[in-house]
Design a protein around this ligand. Sequence first.
Ligand code: HCB
Length: 229
Amino acid sequence: MESEITMENMKNTNVNTDKILAQLAEAIVANDEDAGMEAVEQGLGSGLNPVEMIENGLSAGMLEVGEMFEDGEIFLPQVMMASALMDRLVAEVQKEIPADEKTESDGKIVLGTVEGDVHDIGKNIVKVLLQANGFEVFDVGRDAPLASFIDKAKEVDADIIASSALMTGTMQFQATLEQMLKDAGLRDKVKTMIGGAPCTDNWAAKIGADVYAENASEAVTKARELMAM
Ligand code: HCB
């Protein structure tokens, strides 16, 4: 059994974990780059699990930003600034996630955010963790035409297609993708994973996707399960 680089098995040694995670989240909410960089340095410097810093620190801040947007407390430009800061801080933390040194790929995954949807922060985090865990990831980007998932899967002989959708309107395209795979005669050859905030296990079952992953750590675990099927 291979060990995974996830939140669960990269143990924290830091007693200030909760404090630093809260500082990371607050920096995103306050759009405070200096405070964010300081919390990143403190966290990494004291051995905090970088995956947890992303999932439970920075992402938690992004979720709070979403709630503030929903409640009308902030507007789109502030959400855009928070996401730009999120990208920069994730890039800093990501440097400390150990690269997979195996030469053989554990599986080929085509990953993208479905067409009509520009949200790619979560998709990019999923990409980082899949790569760190030995998967070869072919990123078709955001607002990606559904045909691009299929073309790339054919081109690289993919094992898994993983799609992300953040809006109730664009989740429908995950269902369309399932149908397109069937029409192309590919559904038996490739496994499918779905994710993104509005998705659920029920949605996966309803549209016939193989699995739903709630976060990037789970995406790694589920990808391994799919490879073993
Ligand atoms: Co955006 N937006 N947004 N947004 N946005 C949401 C998604 C809303 C829920 C906010 C709200 O109203 N409450 C909402 C959607 C409502 C709905 O459909 N029910 C919304 C809206 C409406 C819009 C616009 C239409 C706003 C407008 O223009 N009026 C517009 C959409 C344009 C478009 O796509 N065509 C828009 C734009 C933006 C930006 C550009 C300002 C920015 C995106 C920047 C970017 O991604 N580069 C943005 C953001 C940041 C958000 C919120 C605040 C945060 C999303 C996020 O990054 N979360 C979001 C609120 C929310 O989701 N609660 C809001 C953090 C990441 C880490 O979580 O869930 O994406 P995640 O990913 C997780 C997890 O789901 C899983 O792993 C990740 C890591 O743990 N995962 C997968 C993700 N993908 C996976 C794929 C897999 O196969 C497996 C696992």
